[in-house]
Design a protein around this ligand. Sequence first.
Ligand code: SAH
Ligand code: SF4
Ligand code: F3S
Length: 455
Amino acid sequence: MGAKSGLGLRLSFVKRYHLTTFGCQMNAHDSERIKGMLEELGLGEAVSQDEADVLVFNTCTIREKPDQRFAAHLAQAAALKRRDPERVIAVGGCYAEAQRERLFGLYPFVDVAFGPGSIPHLGDWLGAGGAGVRRGAFGTGNERRFSAALRSKRERRFQAWVQVSMGCNSKCAYCIVPAVRGREVSRRPGEIIAEVTRLAEQGVREITLLGQNVNSWGRDLLPDLRTDFGELLRACDAVDRIERIRFTSPHPKDFREPVIAAMAECDAVCEHVHLPLQSGSSRILKRMRRTYDRERYLRLVAKLRAAIPDLAIGTDIIVGFPGETEEDFRETLEVVGEVEYDSAFTFVFSPRAGTEAATMPDQVPDDVKRERIERLIELVQRVASERNAARVGGVEEVLVEGPSRTDGALLRGRTRRNTTVNFAGRARPGELVAVTIDASTSTTLRGTQLAAVAA
Ligand code: SAH
Ligand code: SF4
Ligand code: F3S
């Protein structure tokens, strides 16, 4: 024990939290706010669950898999709590919201639960220093508020997420998000730009604008304010020292000319777009209620490519949506081959209770879904490998993120087209460097630093 127990004694006065995050970037960003809030309450961050007094889980429920992963984590937390009943377990995020009626019945050892809309109220339930928890209470706030009002603890000094809207007004038949995140509310442009300006002053060089459908941003500000996402991109581009602007996700149905023009004309807006396809079959897209068809999607891709040379395109695809036939699936493969995606997230359809698709007839058997996703992944990887191989011999501008995850002797960063590059060189995180590309895989590039291109 010795010196260690001394330290333990000192630290034991400071309550500590441990936060585990599941799900999308929206959740990752919410977690930064949760951390900021807990630290404002005087809690310190613990390196492991074992050493934490307050265990927080920020959950996702988009598919069944995250639900299962969370259940496994929670079982561990329950074991820790049996050893030390003073430990507090708090469950937030989308799963908590979806299960709000059942959560305490399913997991009686959970002390506090809260939905994604009520993070600003977390402090009230946990109480100063982690004491005074209202056990068994589902935290609800009267008002949904935006992150800027809260202090947040950012993971990286030079990269930041900026929330532009919350919620979603779409009715995609498979999706639980509207049920757990509510109606779309746009954040006011003045507030967004003020946050971007403050971040730039703090040294941030890359921002990612976040919303479930960034391209419908601003619509609910009418008649008070007439604006659109293109204007927002231009206003962000005008902020000094912001070198890179990304955004996720745009819904293809709302991707209009002004946004394409802003992408083409703003220096800081990266040559990268995440454009969820979901299916290449117009019949399935209709059943999914995506409100675009295959032809309209492909026309949008052509417009984007014409306006933004060297554009990288990423996507999300679901296989095995109810009623999907072999022919429908082949159409998805065709679109993948035609668009030549640089990257794609592929998912097996997962029925979510309460969504329209969960109870549709003609659910696709698991073995068929499995077989289809394997074929899809193989094609996606082949196409992405070819796209990356075409970069070999060229020079890319790379924003340095840190040491390589696979080889400690190398550095890691990302290109404007959002590809990870592992490279030999000398640079600090946050620097922009020029890297000659020597080799590629389906997901990464490898190269050698030329020189610093910007201080
Ligand atoms: N608002 C964003 C992100 C939605 S969730 C958007 O519209 O792009 C991220 C992805 O998860 C979706 O694009 C979809 O491909 C996938 N997804 C959502 N619900 C799903 C379900 N029930 N089963 C399988 N994949 C799903
Ligand atoms: Fe879900 Fe569709 Fe909204 Fe995206 S746009 S969050 S897929 S309902
Ligand atoms: Fe994101 Fe999962 Fe919620 S994908 S919005 S954390 S359900």
